[in-house]
Design a binder for this molecule. Structure first.
Ligand SMILES: [Zn+2]
Length: 355
């Protein structure tokens, strides 16, 4: 059965002028049964790294799912006055480097099915984005099939694509390599964006959510910049999370490198295809992002209950309460603010429907 595209056009309770869509959230609070399943997978791999996984069952009730969200993501949506989160499995647990293709396939299917159940329990609050069962040294066929399943059967609106399924060793070809093109073809066919998102680092040189995530964001942008992807797929869409890593701060360097390499200006080369989210956890960082990156390329996101969960002692507010930084920016007009909160996101995640 094909999932019917729903048009979400609710009004935000606080602003009354439109929705606030958080385009980057993960199910970081899943019941422990999910982790137990993963530990079981790892135990099986210990005795045989080629162990052919079977899918099996994870017994999690609807009540457990509700309980895991009510005190966390749903509570924060209410407190912060945001409406909907584009929601995917926990990124640091994707662990594409663990085991083999069958390990990743069944793990990913379970993780995505949990997200689907959440979107059924709370259709106004969450819409799904797929984890992909990538595996180092493997092709992308399984990932393409899973993306298709999640979009057509579960109504998901995007995917998280890791440029480094090795977990910090960067053994895959760069994003411009033909290796990735079958995935891009499927993304374009389904009209879904990919958020470029790595998982946990198993290379001790990297801290997962510090250096590995931000390094990958920056690396992905450079790979896109030196590739022909946007020429070969003019309608493809990528979201680079965490504010684009180091990219906005070093915008002059990237523009200068494009110039030196004889590439078209970045606005022309990438900015109809590449978007940055607002998972930047301080006011000055958000202000810089808004100053440097074209408005149409910025999507509201918080990644709440994610990498940085504490309260900033300098402000007394949660670091990841990013709506506050957008609200407090002194330059944005109401109209521009709403573009970031909603309209840009609807354009990129076009399966959400345009209001
Ligand atoms: Zn994330």
């Amino acid at each position: 059965m094909l999932f019917e595209t729903r048009i979400y056009n609710l009004r935000n309770i606080d602003t009354g002028i439109g929705m606030i869509i958080d385009c980057h959230g993960h199910y970081t609070t899943a019941p422990p049964e999910l982790g137990h399943y993963r530990e079981q997978q790892k135990a099986e791999l210990e005795s045989d790294p080629d162990h052919a996984a079977i899918k099996g069952v994870i017994d999690i009730s609807d009540d457990q799912i509700c309980e895991s969200l009510e005190g966390a993501q749903l509570k924060l949506q209410r407190e912060r006055g945001t409406d909907m989160t584009i929601f995917s499995p926990r990124a640091s647990w994707m662990g594409h480097h663990i085991g083999n293709e069958s390990t990743s396939k069944y793990w990913t299917e379970h993780c995505n099915e949990l997200i689907y159940r959440i979107t059924q329990l709370y259709p106004e609050n969450f819409i799904g984005v797929a984890q992909l069962p990538q595996s180092p040294d493997a092709g992308l066929e399984t990932s393409i099939a899973e993306l298709e399943r999640c979009v057509s059967e579960f109504g998901f609106v995007g995917c998280n694509l890791s440029p480094d399924p090795s977990g910090g060793y960067w053994t895959s070809p760069p994003l411009g390599d033909r290796y990735w093109y079958p995935m891009y073809e499927k993304m374009v066919e389904l009209d879904v964006p990919a958020m470029i998102h790595v998982s946990a680092a198993c290379n001790p040189a990297f801290h997962t959510t510090g250096s590995h995530y931000l390094g990958a964001d920056t690396t992905a942008f450079m790979q896109l910049m030196t590739s022909d992807i946007t020429r070969d797929f003019p309608t493809i869409k990528f979201v680079i999370p965490h504010g684009g890593g180091a990219v906005p701060y070093h915008w002059g360097r990237f523009r200068g490198l494009a110039d030196m390499m004889g590439r078209p200006p970045l606005d022309e080369l990438l900015m109809d295809n590449v978007y940055f989210d607002t998972c930047v956890y301080h006011q000055a960082g958000i202000d810089l992002l808004l100053d440097v990156i074209p408005l149409k390329n910025i999507l509201f996101a918080s990644e709440m209950v994610g990498a940085v969960r504490g309260v900033d002692p300098e402000t007394g507010h949660y670091f990841d309460d990013t709506r506050r930084y957008i609200d407090n920016n002194k330059i944005l007009s109401d109209e521009n603010r709403q573009a970031i909160f909603e309209h840009n996101t609807r354009r990129v995640y076009s399966r959400l429907g345009v209001d």
